[in-house]
Design a protein around this ligand. Structure first.
Ligand code: SAH
Length: 354
């Protein structure tokens, strides 16, 4: 559906029910069954709106595959176990993980592949790409089998889950919401922040200058809580990779990408990918409160160097021609360089049971 369709639907909704919070705006823009961004398209690559680490280089998934195999082996090779990916996109990361683990004896036989995905278009791509491995699609962590350990990964999944924005004021906190003006254009507005949300603002951010935005994400906290429930019940380890920050911070990180350009988040609902940076400190404290073990967060650069990205690139370069070597090195650079994805992206592990 075109811009007008999505924008008009949201504008109507607001006229009928009043301004909506940023989370509801993200949920409708991304996940509305008819015009939601993820529901209608494959957003990746040159023709799409953005690209991700596994789409940049096969090494990313191969190293994660090696890590998962290592965890599986050091946990005494549980059989069966759930191999879980949340938000698998085109299925590229999982395809690389599976290729890298093909020679790990018993791993594929023991694994029960589960994919948490909302998009019908992407589910079809994932099913096609991973068809030899009988993936089971789920819409919710509660749908996982409850009697076997879980090894899992999510890359750029949490950034798509909704946030809300609190704005500090001279006389108290307000919430940033989406409203409409007389021309039916979507505009920003403020309303009082509910005490329930205000209670979620971290103590060290309570004194920020007036006008500052503090982002909260009950939806991401709920996902981590559900994940911890699964890990506590059936043991396992899960790796989260996303762009974000590791210390409580303030500022507006809501962003919209349309054909590889940043656009105003209110300009193209349903047509642009709308995300916000991930607060790893919050994820960490939820997981710790839930009794799980947290590893990291570390930068993507340190994570991939720790897993031996340079060695893997060297090995690929051995069989490659000159042009290809440049491509491989350039791809590696995009993943690890500080001014590319290396610093902005963080990696955090959550586990239970050794
Ligand atoms: N991990 C992939 C894709 C990242 S894009 C990669 O690195 O290339 C985000 C992915 O999460 C998409 O597959 C999208 O459809 C999915 N997604 C977004 N919101 C979701 C939700 N609420 N539940 C399940 N999947 C969701």
């Amino acid at each position: 559906m075109n811009k007008q369709g999505a924008g008009a639907f949201i504008a109507d909704f607001i006229r009928q029910s009043g301004p909506m919070d940023v989370g509801q705006y993200m949920t409708l823009s991304l996940g509305h069954p008819e015009f939601g961004y993820y529901m209608t398209r494959d957003p990746f690559g040159g023709q799409g709106d953005f690209t991700t680490a596994p789409e940049i280089s096969q090494i990313f998934g191969e190293l994660i595959g090696a890590m998962l195999a290592d965890i599986w082996i050091t946990s005494s090779r549980p059989d069966p176990f759930i191999l879980l990916e949340c938000g698998p996109g085109r299925g590229t990361l999982m395809a690389d993980i599976l290729r890298a683990t093909r020679k790990v004896e018993g791993f594929h036989e023991a694994m029960r592949l589960h994919l948490l995905e909302i998009s019908p278009v992407l589910k079809e791509k994932q099913a096609e790409k991973l068809k030899g491995y009988h993936p089971v699609f789920i819409g919710d962590l509660q749908a996982l089998p409850k009697n076997m350990p879980v090894l899992g990964v999510a890359n750029e999944f949490l950034d798509a889950l909704p946030i809300i924005q609190a704005v500090s004021g001279e006389t108290g906190w307000q919430e940033r919401v989406v409203a409409v003006n007389n021309d039916s254009r979507l505009i920003w507005a403020l309303r009082p922040l509910s005490p329930v949300l205000e209670a979620l603002i971290p103590a060290d951010l309570r004194g920020v200058p007036a006008g500052s935005i503090v982002e909260l994400s009950p939806a991401r906290a709920a996902f981590i809580k559900d994940l911890c429930t699964v890990l506590r019940r059936q043991l396992g380890a899960f790796t989260l990779i996303d762009y974000g920050y590791t210390e409580p911070g303030y500022g507006d990180t809501l962003q919209a990408l349309y054909r590889h350009q940043y656009v105003d988040p209110l300009d193209r609902p349903g047509e642009a990918d709308i995300t916000a940076h991930v607060d790893f400190k919050m994820l960490q404290s939820v997981a710790a409160r839930e009794g799980c073990q947290v590893t990291g967060p570390v930068s993507q650069r340190d994570f991939l160097h720790g897993l031996g990205i340079s060695k893997r690139a060297d090995a690929l370069n051995k069989g490659a021609g000159k042009g290809q070597i440049e491509v491989i090195n350039d791809q590696m650079n995009r993943l690890v360089a500080s001014d590319q994805m290396g610093n902005l992206f963080k990696v955090m592990g959550i586990s239970y049971g050794g």
